[in-house]
Design a protein around this ligand. Structure first.
Ligand SMILES: [Zn+2]
Length: 130
């Protein structure tokens, strides 16, 4: 296994929110590290060192495998334990505090977007749902 390629794959899966691939890449890296394999470079040009890379990769992979499982365990892809903060991707209107309320109000296309800074979920507000 090439841990650097697997790390790059994991980051790509994160950007594309490909939860299945994220879980597989995370588990591969965790198993690789457990068997004594060398860690990938988290920031290839910064020279943080092997121990730092090992700790960060272990932590990131543990988080991602858990998150991916929670997303895939929910029929709507809404992971348990993540605060439900919702905005419309068209007008930035803020949605209600729960998924069920949002559905009742007419929100659609609600998706978990962990890369967002201000909210955890994006969707289409009732006005922008079509
Ligand atoms: Zn809107």
């Amino acid at each position: 296994m090439d841990p650097q390629a697997t790390w790059d794959e994991l980051l790509d899966a994160w950007r594309k929110r490909d939860w299945q691939r994220m879980q597989e890449a995370s588990e591969s890296l965790l198993n690789w590290l457990k068997r004594g394999g060398f860690p990938p470079e988290v920031f290839p040009t910064s020279g943080m060192g092997s121990e730092w890379n090992q700790k960060v990769v272990q932590s990131a992979c543990t988080y991602m495998v858990d998150l991916a499982r929670r997303v895939m365990a929910d029929p709507n892809g809404i992971p348990a334990g993540v605060p439900f903060t919702l905005s419309c991707f068209e007008c930035s209107e803020e949605g209600p505090d729960t998924y069920d309320e949002a559905i009742c109000e007419g929100w659609t296309e609600i998706e978990f977007r962990p890369e967002c800074c201000a909210e955890n979920f994006l969707g289409a507000c009732p006005e922008h749902s079509e």
